[in-house]
Design a protein around this ligand. Structure first.
Ligand code: TXA
Ligand code: MG
Length: 331
């Protein structure tokens, strides 16, 4: 059931449910999360079962502030501290060495743990209520609240469409960031960008005070991360990324497929049939990130079989959106 996340009574009820080992979905500024007590193996097992996600794919643990990482994280390198100071609360996840014996199931058995401090007021209120709950809940393990491999939810209704009425969903409105957090691995001696989000590489490097590496620049293989699988975040319809020219050519030769086609493009295009669902892509990368997953879900809801998307520009502010579109088109 969907409940108003701004109600103190709803927050208390949600915290009690979480302390009792149940699942509760909650809003963050990036996407909605499916939360459970990070310290409870049984509660975390429910997340994996509900999502249909392999249990060795690690989850992100959400905390109310930087101090609250202490029960979970071991040594925190100086560059990670600088990143936390600059971007928390906010859309940044840090992979840190995990304290032995803590949140092993949530971490999918890795010796590291993903930690994030979300800025959304409902997430903040929930995390603070959890820390006061009996028994105390120190952190919430929460993957995006969608079935494995599907587009992340950015509204309470999206979450309900994935999991049904029985799940408690705190409603915090539409997510303002709209794509998942940037993930930086801080366990390798230097920061490594595992998943781009809306924070640019330049912003992250300025805050960290050193260059950000890519996973390929390191000798050891990266840990398994479902957000880094090639085909992920996919709508039901087949998504193709094209530049404006390819789009125009494809539209010229379009036959009866028009009835099942949706287009999401920045460029002015002559759309040859009123049956085509057209959505203009904004020029601002942050705005596209905010609406992207809702647009893809809306296309699916209209029953189209093809989605043609104009490839985003090359600028670094588009890295997160480009990454999600590339993965969606690989499915
Ligand atoms: O914005 C977000 O990050 C959202 C909201 C709910 O916070 N959460 C999210 O969770 O996107 P999820 O589970 O859908 O994606 C988390 C990613 C996965 O790719 C996972 O493999 C990676 O984080 N991850 C988590 N812990 C990790 C670890 N210890 N080592 C490497 N990757 C890790
Ligand atoms: Mg996800």
């Amino acid at each position: 059931m969907i409940v108003d996340g701004s109600s103190a009574a709803a927050i208390d009820q949600a915290a009690r449910a979480l302390a009792a080992g149940e699942l509760v979905a909650f809003p963050t500024e990036t996407v909605y999360g499916l939360g459970a007590d990070a310290a409870s193996e049984a509660a975390v097992a429910r997340i994996f079962a509900a999502k249909g996600r392999p249990s060795d794919h690690p989850l992100i643990v959400h905390v109310a502030d930087a101090d609250a990482i202490t029960p979970f994280a071991g040594a925190v390198p100086a560059f990670a501290q600088r990143l936390m100071r600059s971007f928390w609360p906010g859309p940044l996840t840090l992979i840190l060495p995990r304290r032995e014996g803590v949140a092993a199931a949530a971490a999918g058995g890795q010796t590291s743990v993903g930690l994030r401090c979300p800025s959304h007021p409902v997430a903040q209120a929930l995390l603070r209520a959890c820390a006061r709950a009996e028994p105390r809940v120190n952190g919430l393990a929460a993957p995006s609240a969608n079935l494995f491999g599907r587009v992340s939810p950015t509204t309470a209704l999206h979450v309900q469409a994935e999991f049904g009425e029985a799940l408690m969903v705190l409603d915090g409105g539409a997510c303002q960031v709209g794509i998942e957090s940037t993930i930086v691995d801080c366990t390798r001696g230097a920061p490594v960008l595992l998943r781009p989000g809306v924070l640019t590489r330049a912003e992250l490097e300025a805050a960290a005070g050193q260059p950000l590496l890519s996973p390929g620049q390191l000798p050891q293989a990266s840990p398994r991360a479902s957000g880094t699988l090639e085909a992920h975040y996919a709508p039901e319809a087949k998504l193709r990324l094209m530049d404006a020219r390819a789009l125009r050519t494809a539209l010229e030769v379009l036959g009866p497929q028009a009835a099942q086609l949706a287009i999401y493009a920045r460029s002015a295009l002559k759309v040859p049939s009123s049956k085509i669902v057209f959505r203009r892509m904004p020029d601002d990368a942050r705005e596209v990130a905010r609406q992207l997953f809702a647009v893809l879900r809306d296309f699916d809801a209209q029953g189209v079989r093809l989605i043609w998307v104009e490839a985003p520009p090359d600028g670094p502010e588009w890295d997160g959106v480009r990454d999600r579109l590339q993965r969606a088109s690989a499915a």
